[in-house]
Design a protein around this ligand. Sequence first.
Ligand SMILES: Cc1cc2nc3c(=O)[nH]c(=O)nc-3n(C[C@H](O)[C@H](O)[C@H](O)COP(=O)(O)OP(=O)(O)OC[C@H]3O[C@@H](n4cnc5c(N)ncnc54)[C@H](O)[C@@H]3O)c2cc1C
Length: 350
Amino acid sequence: MDVDYLIAGQGIAGTLLSYSLLQAGQRVLVIDEYKPNSASRIAAGVINPVSGRRFEMAWMYEQLYPFAVQTYRQLEELLNVPVFKERDLWMALPSEQLRTAFNNKTTQGLASQYTHTADAALWDAWLHQPYGAAIVKGATVLLQHLLPAWRQYLDNKGALWQERLDPDLLQFGQQTPGLQYKGINARAIIFCEGAQIIHNPWFKHIPFLLNKGEVLKVRVPGLDTENIIKKSITMVPQEPETFWVGSTFVWDYPDEAPTPEKRAFLEDGLQQLLKVPYQVLDHQAGVRPSGKDRRPIMGLHPRYPALGLFNGLGTKGCSLAPYMADLLTRHLLQGAPLLPETDIKRYFNE
Ligand SMILES: Cc1cc2nc3c(=O)[nH]c(=O)nc-3n(C[C@H](O)[C@H](O)[C@H](O)COP(=O)(O)OP(=O)(O)OC[C@H]3O[C@@H](n4cnc5c(N)ncnc54)[C@H](O)[C@@H]3O)c2cc1C
């Protein structure tokens, strides 16, 4: 069997890249070892136009967001499952300082298109919001539908192996370009391994700054909304009355297990936000694959062009993946230039 591209990993990166390559008429084989706590499996899928405590517009949002909407809608049609949902983020402002910052930042410029003031009284029965509230226009990618549906789609096409890819078994042709893996010939392999990239012999020298995040699933009886609710923690609606609650950031951690300390932190955030009781149903942890400069890392290995990387999606995999996968596809097939700040070459300047 021959394919054009092997793809290692089917998180949001491997999903969008395999979709984009298939759309471009390429033959792909995705090799993914199912990991229940991979970043993509435990993420809430939130797309938020403003970020940080200063409410700055997210990097390249004007390009990324329309492309993401279009791509997720196409996937929705192809897979016949809900994949994308525009939602308001109801932001209970946590301090006077942040109320001022929000007002300053969002009454003018780009951010004003995505934000407006809110009547806090609407949620007063449910939420503590002494500093008022604001609305940000965001969205969620329904990863819990998208990832399994895309997996099934690939499987139906014979384009999925559900196992670990061992980079040591890759063989490179002496005369011909490309490589071989367990009898499969391919032009190149693109590693979409998320945080596991640090074990990859070809790319482990890249200074990833992985960070661990913990999340809760909670039930809040009677609270039924389509909105994301945000204060120091974020609540994202799942099934009726149940919410994803996250998340935490830790750069130095002994393992990927959930910890009592971070559960206490998240529950503290919930108690500062909710006026009503809740019940914790689950607690999970996963690791975000962030690059040191918080930009994607993509492209072909400068010395071994049969090896490529699509990684570093950090905290924003859902907004970044569609646009960047498309760019990488055009780079691979037509030699289109990558954005210098995302190009893997920035780590090969010796
Ligand atoms: C707690 C938390 C909350 C988050 N919330 C959001 C959010 O709301 N919005 C947002 O946009 N982003 C969010 N993120 C970030 C987002 O999850 C990541 O940017 C994104 O999931 C990274 O996707 P990925 O495909 O690169 O990696 P992953 O999701 O880790 O996927 C990698 C896949 O590759 C497989 N794999 C690895 N190595 C191999 C191998 N050698 N062989 C076979 N398979 C392999 C793994 O098993 C896995 O299935 C969050 C992350 C965390 C941890």
